[in-house]
Design a protein around this ligand. Sequence first.
Ligand SMILES: [Ca+2]
Ligand SMILES: [Ca+2]
Length: 217
Amino acid sequence: MRNLSLTLILLSAVLSLASCKKDPCDDITCLNGGACIDGSCNCPEGYSGAQCETFDACFNVVCLNGGDCVNGACVCPEGYTGADCSQQITPSKIRISRIEVTRFPATDNGAGWDFTSGPDIYPIIAKNNNLLWEYPSFIQNADPSTNHSFDVNPVFDLESPNDQYAISLYDYDDFDNDDFMGGILFTPYSSNNKFPSTFTLDAGGDVAFKVYVSYVW
Ligand SMILES: [Ca+2]
Ligand SMILES: [Ca+2]
C-alpha cells in the first residue's frame, strides 16, 4: 500500500512536469512562410536556414543545354546563349576530322568503274563549283558493300557554316580523268541542331556520307 501511494505521487509529479513543459516553438520565428515544427523551421521550397531566412536565387531557374545556375543567372556552355541557354551561337567554323563513305554505286551505269577492278575512291568538298579540299590519296578497289573511312588530317574547316557546300566521291584513274561517282549538296549548320558531332548526308541517291565534325565559335 505504501509502495502504491509512492508510485502515485511520483506519477503525478511526472505528469505535472510534463504539463508545464514549454512548447519548443515558443521562441522560434520562421520567416518567409516557414512553419515551426518541434522546435525547428520547416521552410517553403527555395528557402533554407534556421529561420528560413536564406533564399536560393537559383530556385526555379532553369538552364538548358547543360547550363549552370550561378547566383540566379544561367552560365551557358560554349555555343549557347540567352537567359536560359536555349539559343545557339552560330559557329565561326565547322571543322571536319573524318569522312565516312557509307554508300556508292557498285557500277558505272552497269559497267565496272575500272577495267578489271573496283573503283579507287576519294571524297572532295567544293563550294560554288570551286574545289576546297580533296583527300590526298584514295582507297583502292573499294568494296561497295562496306563503309570506307577517310581521316581528314590536317582537319578541314567549313568557313561559312550557313553556306551550301558539295561533297562528292570520285574514282581515281591512272590514265584519264577521274570518274565522278556522285555528290550531295549540304548546308552544315542549322540554328537548332544542338551541334551534333556527326552528321549524315544521305539524300537517298548514289552516294551517302557520314561527316565527323567539331565546332569553333
Ligand atoms: Ca575508272
Ligand atoms: Ca580507278
